[in-house]
Design a protein around this ligand. Structure first.
Ligand code: HPA
Length: 270
């Protein structure tokens, strides 16, 4: 796999993806951050050698390079999910690519359902910790030790310094930033009432279908990472309203300006 990644990276370097300091992954319905970027390069995933190919239509599926708040950044607009038929190596391939491009920090976003009912639809949640329920690990493959340790420590997977900074930034901007545990599931079906009950019992505050594999790989690569969920629906098992994915995307889009504000301020402060 290392050779494949090297090929992808040399292609991107030829296309001027030079020395990005920060990598950013934008989740479902969360593409507007790119409007704040002075874009220097932009390539569809399906034009990048060895990249998994985007399939879900509402993901624009592009890798961008440019400047944001005076920093060189590489941005994934849309990500790969297990539920699209990719495996955990595919899902985390771009993180390994960004790592080899030289990013020093990784900022991740996603849309998630609120399990903790004190949190409301449209709120943000800073991920403090996670529970991996995807049934596998991106480190469970041959050759993974070429990239770092196999038995990666996960005692503090989300960088404390960046988390503290995000909390300060949110407070200074009057943005409510909840904190909690994110559980990642395979999807793509949403959860049953019984599953939402279970998630609450095991200690999850939010649930989604991404992020955890990317964070595990960032930890293997020793890239400090933070992640923020935009809560798009309230998962009350005793009062569960049917939900449509278009609604999830619409709520994500509406709440996204708050996420953009705190991400931009964090990048400026780094
Ligand atoms: N469950 C899983 N993933 C999600 C949800 C949810 O309720 N909302 C947004 N992504």
């Amino acid at each position: 796999m290392i050779k494949q990644i090297q090929k992808t990276v040399s292609f991107l370097k030829e296309r001027n993806f030079e020395a990005p300091e920060i990598g950013i992954i934008l989740g479902t319905g969360l593409g507007q951050l790119t409007e704040h970027l002075s874009v220097e390069e932009e390539i569809s995933y399906n034009h990048i050698p060895n990249f998994p190919t985007a399939t879900v239509e509402f993901h624009k599926g592009k890798l961008l390079y440019g400047e944001l708040e005076g920093k060189k950044v590489v941005v994934m607009q849309g990500r790969f999910h297990l539920y699209e038929g990719y495996d955990l190596r595919d899902v985390t391939y771009p993180v390994r690519v960004m790592g080899m491009l030289g990013i020093k920090k990784l900022l991740v976003s996603n849309a998630a359902g609120a399990i903790n009912l004190e949190f409301k639809k449209g709120d943000l949640m800073l991920i403090e910790d996670h529970i991996n329920l995807q049934g596998g690990s991106p480190l469970g493959f041959h050759g993974v030790e070429q990239f770092g340790e196999r038995f990666v420590d996960m005692s503090e997977p989300y960088d404390l310094e960046m988390r503290t900074k995000l909390l300060e930034i949110a407070a200074a901007n009057g943005i409510q930033l909840n904190q909690g545990v994110y559980a990642s599931v395979f999807g793509p079906q949403l959860e049953t009432k019984a599953e939402y009950r279970m998630l609450k019992i095991i200690g999850a505050d939010a649930v989604g279908m991404s992020t955890v594999p990317e964070v595990i790989v960032a930890n293997q690569l020793k890239i400090p990472v933070v992640a923020v969920s935009v809560l798009t629906d309230e998962c009350d098992p005793d009062n569960l309203a049917p939900i449509d994915v278009s609604e999830i995307i619409a709520v994500a889009g509406k709440a996204e300006p708050k996420m953009i504000t705190i991400f931009k301020a964090l990048i400026k402060a780094l």
